[in-house]
Design a protein around this ligand. Structure first.
Ligand SMILES: Cc1ncc(COP(=O)(O)O)c(C=O)c1O
Length: 429
């Protein structure tokens, strides 16, 4: 009878690790097996609890220590000269960082994860890993706006041509790939407009032409979608959002599907001089432990709000990947196992004073950037401002909601009050 969990290592070898006194029954992945991928025998909640844990010793804390460091001391001259350990200088991270990297690798199903000081820096570093002057990058028209700004202003300055593509392009992307194309950036679903991309079609076309595919997987948090299983070379998350989950730290993760991509990502981060504080890594790891139990609440609250909003007379359209009318819904249904709490709503044309009254009446929904924390949010966004390959032609204002972990009845009551204030203000216009 098998008494252990099967662990698949990066090099493809499989072995069994038996639970017993030797490993305390819970330190399933030791530091040093950071590339290990737990097989289907464990479900996501268990993986997130079991990975990135300290070495099994006769007595040890549950959590890895928060190791803050610039200088790392080498015990011998030979160690110093060799200097190639995974922990060798503070900028490259300590065991705290390694623990979080291990947890994210297991979550995303990749061979190696590296951290970046923000989600944006993670996206940027992943793209820079694969392009040089004279190359081309294909970027989804639904990309997070600061990603576009990096592409338009930074990549362009260094001689990389940027071409935006329709998020719904699917296999049609092969027509945009030229001999100079080195990387495709996907973000699924799109920021602000929530179209789900046909990632298997895109990665198949990219593989034929030796083009790398990087996916911003922040929305699904690695819980509801694993881009690497659908052919992506790199999956990136703004861990700032769901992974950390408490709106109190910034961190990004870059998970590579294979050793070559991992090396390219590592070089990119190293040469940029990127670094994450150990305290932020520890906060994100703490968040990761409960990620799998938080996500279903975000999902349920999001679905209930989207449904309720869809019935309101003020609402023209709901933008939620799980809703049939949202473009790309078929790909979401095929490839994703659920939805997070972030979605959009297009209101019918609304005078500005009425819109202001709506926002100013909200008590539970905060108005602020970022998302993925425990709290609900609602902001006015403008997808029309930054599309170039496609057009966003809605007459009314677009709102972006983040469903937090509050009681759904309280959230609905908050919105009801805000809509009443909006109606009153509309009458005064
Ligand atoms: C989809 C997406 N990717 C990346 C980022 C950037 O993350 P960070 O704020 O950690 O830089 C954001 C931030 O809102 C985002 O929404």
């Amino acid at each position: 009878m098998d008494t252990g969990f099967r662990v698949k290592c990066a090099k493809g070898k499989e072995r069994w690790r038996v639970l017993g006194p030797d490993n305390g029954g819970h330190a399933l992945l030791r530091p040093g097996t950071a590339n290990a991928i737990l097989t289907e025998l464990m479900k996501t909640p268990t993986k997130l609890i079991a990975s990135g844990r300290p070495h099994a010793r006769p007595a040890h804390p549950v959590n890895p220590p928060v190791e803050r460091a610039s200088t790392i001391l080498f015990p011998t001259y030979d160690d110093y000269v060799e200097g190639k350990r995974r922990i060798s200088y503070g900028r490259l991270g300590t065991s705290t960082h390694r623990a979080l990297e291990e947890a994210v690798s297991v979550l995303e199903g990749g061979v190696e994860t590296r951290l970046a000081p923000s989600g944006l820096q993670a996206v940027i570093s992943a793209i820079l890993a694969f392009v040089s002057a004279g190359d081309e990058a294909l970027i989804t028209d639904g990309a997070y706006d600061p990603t576009r700004k990096f592409a338009d202003r930074f990549l362009a300055r260094f001689g990389v041509k940027v071409v935006y593509y329709d998020p719904l392009i699917g296999a049609g992307i092969s027509e945009l790939i030229t001999p100079q194309t080195k990387v495709i950036l996907a973000e699924s679903p799109s920021s602000l407009t929530f179209e789900t991309q046909d990632l298997p079609a895109i990665t198949a076309a990219a593989r034929e032409r030796d083009v790398k595919v990087v996916v911003d997987n922040t929305w699904a948090a690695g819980v509801y979608f694993r881009p690497i299983a659908h052919g992506a070379d790199v999956s990136v998350q703004a861990g700032t959002k769901y992974l950390a989950g408490h709106s109190d730290c910034l961190v990004g993760s870059i998970t590579a599907a294979d050793e070559r991509s991992a090396r390219a990502v590592f070089r990119s981060l190293l040469q940029i001089g990127s670094n994450v504080s150990a305290d932020d890594a520890a906060l994100a790891l703490r968040g990761a432990r409960t990620l799998a139990v938080r996500m279903p609440v975000h999902e349920q609250n999001g679905l209930k709000l989207a449904k309720w909003l869809g019935k309101r007379s003020e609402v023209a359209r709901v933008l939620h990947p799980s809703i049939k009318s949202t473009p790309g819904h078929a790909a979401w249904k095929r490839d994703f196992s659920g939805s997070s709490g972030l979605f959009g709503v297009v209101l019918k044309p609304t005078p500005l004073p009425a819109l202001k009254a709506f926002f100013n009446s909200l008590r539970l929904f905060g108005m602020g950037f970022s998302w993925g924390g425990f709290e609900s949010l609602c902001i006015h966004v403008e997808p029309e401002a930054n599309r170039t390959a496609t057009e966003w032609r809605e007459e009314g204002p677009t709102l972006r909601f983040h469903a937090g972990l509050e009681d759904i009845g309280d959230l609905v009551a908050d919105l009801e009050r805000a809509f009443e204030a909006m109606a009153l203000a509309s009458r005064d216009v």
